[in-house]
Write a protein that binds this ligand. Sequence first.
Ligand code: KG4
Ligand code: ZN
Length: 339
Amino acid sequence: MRSGLALGIETSCDETAAAVIQDGTKIRSNIVLSQIDIHRKYGGVVPEIASRKHIEAVFPVINEALERAEVTLNDIEVIAVTYGPGLVGSLLVGIAAAKALAYALDKPLVGVNHIEGHIYANFLNRAELIPPFVCLTVSGGHTDLLLIPELGHYEILGRTRDDAAGEAFDKIARVLGLPYPGGPQIERLAAAGNPNAIAFPRGLNEAGNFDFSFSGLKTAALNYLNHANQKGEEVNLPDFAASFQWAIIDVLTTKLLAAAEEYQVKQILLSGGVAANSTFRNHVKEKAAQAGLEVWYPPAHLCTDNAAMIGSAGYFRYLAGHRSGWDLNALPNLKLGDD
Ligand code: KG4
Ligand code: ZN
């Protein structure tokens, strides 16, 4: 049945999400049930709790997505579900739900790489974007700098060698006693601070190196706090947060623009939770304008985990002929280009 409707399902971490997408780009509904309040008291996501909550929520969330879109399961043409990377127990809940629906309704099933989903968030509710792109995917688990010569093809130019950018935000926020997830908290604190107050190190900053490293920055930030503590000095938290955030944004932006120049690509895509950071978005936009490049990024609520992006990526995979079998399994360490 050709309705152009995809049901997207996303349960890779701590959001239970479902969405109905028309023709790969138009959001008919997008439901995200966050478990953040539950995990916050533990300072991060507890995998066993996450999968239990997904089991409770997955079908109610799917039903709500269908209702909001004013469609029934029969109207759906393809069912798309995240199968990695992510927490294995969480991924399995979404996959089992998607398989059950696809089997019972005799609909095609398409497994989607979560990172590819983040990239496709750029295509939602937007006129067609035409490659090539240089893309930076920055989330809690990933910092990938990619060349996208054509849709569905990814050349990895660089990755983080240690922490992901979002993970660095989360870890330092935790040390400061700020709630999870730390990125938005640091951004809020940084708004009143001076980004040049503390000279934090930039990892792997030699020209032509597109890999990232945030462990040196993390250590420097921890040392700064410990020294102040030992000396009984009060830390100016807004300055600390602004300088820490700036160290991350500076490295991300410098490498992204250097990659666009080296590969002679005129369009930049941002994706992933850290791309919700407005200081980062504005800085990339400013630098790109100076270099004559175009920048695209999704609205903030589509940068963080959602199922609209999975419905979009899944629909385009489906159009390209991809189908998953009943043996579709969770792949916690799935990489872009593995599938
Ligand atoms: O893409 P996402 O929702 O989940 C993963 O796939 O990991 O990204 C979550 C990450 C967290 O580390 C969170 O702290 C970070 O994105 N994040 C931010 C902001 N909003 C979310 N980091 C910096 N500034 C923000 N405004
Ligand atoms: Zn994500």
